[in-house]
Write a protein that binds this ligand. Sequence first.
Ligand code: IPD
Ligand code: CA
Ligand code: CA
Length: 261
Amino acid sequence: MKLNSANINVMVKACRKASKVLIRDFGEVENLQVSLKGPGDFVTVSDKKVEKILIDELQKARPSYSILSEEIGEIKNDESFKWIIDPIDGTANFLHGIPHFAISIGLEKEKEIICGIIYDPIKDEMFIAEKGNGSFLNNQRMRVSSRSKLKDCIIFTGGPRLGSKNSDLALKEYNNFSSKVLLPIRKLGSASLDMAYVAAGRCDGFWQRNLSYWDIAAGIILIKESGGFVTDFYGKNEYIENKTILATNSKINKEMIEVLK
Ligand code: IPD
Ligand code: CA
Ligand code: CA
């Protein structure tokens, strides 16, 4: 079984095209690691190059849709449909030659995410979901995990970058969480892949403060279509406005909220 709606096909095609450049540039970054100059601005150039390919492809297929993309910002058009793009999520990994980053694209219809794709070009793993039609990893149906006790779980988080907004609070939350539970907490450095892995049942939950919409847009629909929960830290729906996201399987959401308090 696989998803093949017209919008999904457009997203897959754009991702495949952009990923060719991304893979080539990643090879180059690996070489630059050992040079004295280091990868420096090369990475920013890659971000922009990948973004341009994605936007060109998406606009060619859907000229009327609006766009919100990390590097370029907003391209206003018909506001009822909007692509939400993070061309490279996990730039720090990319920069250091760590093969864990992704292209992330969500599609909003009337302010609701209806399609999402997260593509890890190095592992050739494509996570896709569409509202009402389920979620897939390389054409295999995905489900969130069924672990029901936090003590048996692996939880992902990210940040905080010191000095960033609310980083004190985020650090307090992290220390509080890790002091209350004896379980592995991982920081893999790509919020979109963190969410994709929750959707695929590889990990059981993810929380992070202060993410941007492009970090989480595609992940939201992946988790929902895999049977998981997306809330803010208080169990409410305002995770975008409140900039606190908690994504879990269907069993541990309440326990996570308790522990995060
Ligand atoms: C970052 C990654 C990282 C998260 C940061 C994001 P970027 O995105 O998703 O995991 O902790 O908050 O900014 O900068 O690599 O696109
Ligand atoms: Ca990002
Ligand atoms: Ca990015």
